[in-house]
Write a protein that binds this ligand. Structure first.
Ligand code: TXA
Ligand code: MG
Length: 335
């Protein structure tokens, strides 16, 4: 079992252990914690004032719902009006793990959690520190990714500290996240299940468990009102503009830029620079979707610190296991 190293934020001297993080949650304070997907910024999901603090620190519009993290399947009944069979099958197959279920909310669930909708998002995360925190806390922890609204999700405790220095009572350090992109979200409230946000649990895996067809996420047009900020087009974005290109096009842009010294590009590609010497920052990505997802945000963050005009990303394969990665890249590119 991983032991939690709890780093103290400058304005907080209290917390040293998971137990102290639990006390923070009980007091209505915010605690950042690791999950297997990305770091979450947690608040007591039953405490309206804690949720208010969470929305304020995150800079998130009030109508956007947050996922409630729980420690056990039995707790589903505390948050959902009823728990359909499909939810139990998926929970048995994938929890603890990177899957969020959207179910009909129980009547007492706060509007600040659901964004005023009649549904609630629930998941048991697969990280020992998160599980430990949730078990000791006993209640549900509302936790969006621990980044400011619209920015890249954090995959290390350091990313969180940089983003929220002084604003969060405690950051539990569980090392780098193993999955690296946010959970797959599946809506089980309609006639047929629908993926609202693709992730590393694939549609085919879900269909295999449910033995029925599952709808893909709806393409949502920019600026349209949306139920999920993760489905806003411009989201998960580095500050530097990002372009996703076929390799040949990417290389030709780079070579033109080098010849004219007009633009400063940095590159994330599955292949090496084809010339003898590459004069710009060029990182070779893992060609396997699981590894690529694990390091995706860390790579984008690294490139974001280089004051480039644009990050060029080689277009990943279109096959199923890359759906979550392609989704995040498309959103990061969107204006
Ligand atoms: O992997 C994850 O899901 C991470 C970790 C921390 O658990 N959390 C995460 O939270 O990505 P956040 O808030 O950054 O994204 C949650 C997504 C949002 O797109 C939100 O709108 C959607 O889940 N969501 C939450 N409740 C919902 C609901 N009732 N109906 C539709 N979408 C919902
Ligand atoms: Mg997020």
């Amino acid at each position: 079992m991983l032991s939690a190293k709890l780093s103290k934020m400058p304005q907080d001297a209290a917390a040293d252990t998971i137990q102290e993080a639990v006390e923070c949650l009980k007091k209505g304070d915010l605690v950042a914690f690791p999950t297997e997907t990305v770091y979450g910024l947690g608040a007591d999901a039953a405490n309206a004032r804690a949720l208010e603090k969470l929305y304020k620190v995150k800079g998130r519009p009030a109508a956007h719902p947050v996922i409630v993290h729980i420690a056990s399947q039995e707790q589903l009944h505390n948050w959902a009006k009823h728990v359909p069979e499909a939810a139990i099958k998926l929970a048995d197959a994938f929890w603890p793990g990177p899957l969020t279920l959207i179910l009909e909310r129980a009547p007492h669930v706060l509007d600040a959690v659901t964004g005023g909708q009649d549904t609630v998002g629930l998941r048991i995360p697969g990280h020992p520190i998160a599980l430990n925190l949730l078990r000791q806390f006993q209640g549900g922890v509302a936790a969006p990714s621990a980044n400011r609204f619209g920015r890249l999700s954090p995959t290390t405790a350091d990313d969180v500290r940089k983003e929220f220095a002084g604003e969060v009572s405690a950051v539990l350090d569980g090392g780098p996240c193993a999955v690296g992109i946010e959970s797959t979200i599946i809506d089980l409230t309609a006639e047929r299940p629908r993926i609202l946000r693709p992730g590393m649990i694939l549609k085919e895996q879900i269909e295999g468990v449910l033995k029925e067809r599952v709808y893909d996420s709806l393409g949502i047009s920019p600026g349209s009102v949306t139920r999920a900020p993760g489905s806003l087009k411009s989201h998960y974005a580095p500050k530097t503009p990002l372009q996703v290109l076929e390799f040949a096009e990417l290389v030709s842009l780079v070579q033109d830029a080098i010849a004219s010294s007009e633009k400063r590009y940095v590159v994330l590609s599955f292949r090496q620079y084809p010339g003898a010497h590459c004069p710009i920052p060029w990182v070779v990505l893992e060609g396997n979707a699981v590894e690529c997802a694990r390091h995706l945000y860390a790579n984008l963050r690294k490139m974001d610190t280089l004051s480039a005009d644009c990050i060029l990303f080689e277009k990943p394969p279109a096959s199923s296991e890359w759906t979550g990665i392609n989704d995040r890249l498309a959103r990061a590119c969107a204006k």
